[in-house]
Design a protein around this ligand. Structure first.
Ligand SMILES: Nc1ncnc2c1ncn2[C@@H]1O[C@H](COP(=O)(O)OP(=O)(O)O)[C@@H](O)[C@H]1O
Ligand SMILES: [Mg+2]
Length: 297
């Protein structure tokens, strides 16, 4: 029996545990993750890049003290690469060795667990416990249509049939977290299977709090200035608006330089920590770094 319910008695306990490992979630995200874990239903986290979707899955696994198994989706990802493959080189070697002994290898021996390469989805289903693994299916919007359809079936069954080995049913069905940057809409069928949560870019006080947690030595003042600076950048019409990761990186750069304040000159010098496109840099220069970080409160 899994002690999931004892570990996660309520939303407040989850929020406190996430806070302890420096993942700051609001009540609504905490509730969504709590329900996913306790109901055993997959959750789809959508939001812009850098709002903490991937990190949410890592943090949840850490709180549950269970492995996180990650499947990164990309165009052309096939079910074989996601689920399992046969270890052909080892099978060939086994055939050669058997032949050298004058034996004929049996097919059933060659297509056994010994020659099975588990990929993330099968590894998550096969996880021995005691608690379910957290299966992160990251950036599912980057995969193809066919892959989504395949995922849908797998999520519905928590089982998979390997023709040579039979059906493998999860003893501890994984807590499934899917993420999407919403570069395209996902299928209704997949969405219907999942709980859903949209993660907004956090507000200035929360970004400042995240910086203070994640950047050792960052002063309250500097964290606040960086959080406001990033919020200002996000109001400009940039190709790649900075996310939480960039805010952390900016504060880290300032710390390494020993800067006490984010003044316009320092902001421009360190802009490479937060802006990654030449046209974005030009746009901010045009608007003026002074306008961005000038008014100090
Ligand atoms: N709520 C949060 N609490 C603490 N750190 C966060 C939070 N959200 C984002 N981060 C930080 O920002 C970084 C980027 O988040 P990530 O999960 O990679 O974004 P996404 O997957 O949405 O693109 C993480 O490595 C983490 O350090
Ligand atoms: Mg991510």
């Amino acid at each position: 029996m899994s002690d999931l319910a004892e570990r996660l008695p309520d939303v407040a306990a989850l929020l406190a545990a996430l806070d302890q490992i420096s993942y700051l979630a609001d009540e609504s995200l905490g509730t969504a993750l709590f329900l996913a874990a306790r109901m055993g239903q997959p959750i789809l986290l959508e939001g812009e890049p850098g709002v903490g979707k991937t990190e949410a899955a890592k943090a949840l696994a850490s709180v549950l003290d269970t492995p996180m198994i990650r499947l990164q989706c990309y165009e052309g990802l096939t079910s074989a690469e996601a689920l399992y493959e046969w270890n052909y080189p080892r099978q060939l070697l086994a055939i050669r060795l058997a032949e050298a002994r004058g034996e004929t290898p049996r097919e059933a021996d060659l297509f056994s667990d010994e020659y099975l390469l588990e990929r993330p989805l099968l590894a998550a289903l096969d996880h021995p416990g005691p608690r379910p693994a957290v299966l992160l299916i990251d950036e599912v919007d980057r995969g193809d249509d066919e892959f989504e359809a395949f995922l849908f079936e797998l999520l519905a069954e928590s089982a998979v049939t390997i023709p040579e080995l039979g059906t493998r049913r999860a003893a501890h069905p994984p807590v499934v977290v899917l993420t999407s940057n919403r570069t395209r809409d996902l299928h209704d069928a997949l969405k219907r299977r999942c709980l859903y949560h949209w993660i907004d870019y956090p507000n200035v006080p929360r970004v400042a709090a995240i910086i203070r947690r994640r950047v050792p030595g960052a002063s309250e003042r500097l964290a606040d200035q960086v959080a406001r600076g990033v919020a200002g950048l996000r109001e400009l019409d940039l190709a790649k608006p900075p996310g939480v990761a960039e805010a952390i990186s900016w504060a880290t750069a300032l710390g390494v330089l020993g800067a006490a304040d984010l003044d316009p000159v320092t902001a421009e010098r360190t802009a490479g920590a937060v802006l990654k496109y030449a046209e974005d840099l030009r746009a901010v220069r045009r608007a003026g770094f002074a306008a961005l970080v000038g008014q100090d409160g």
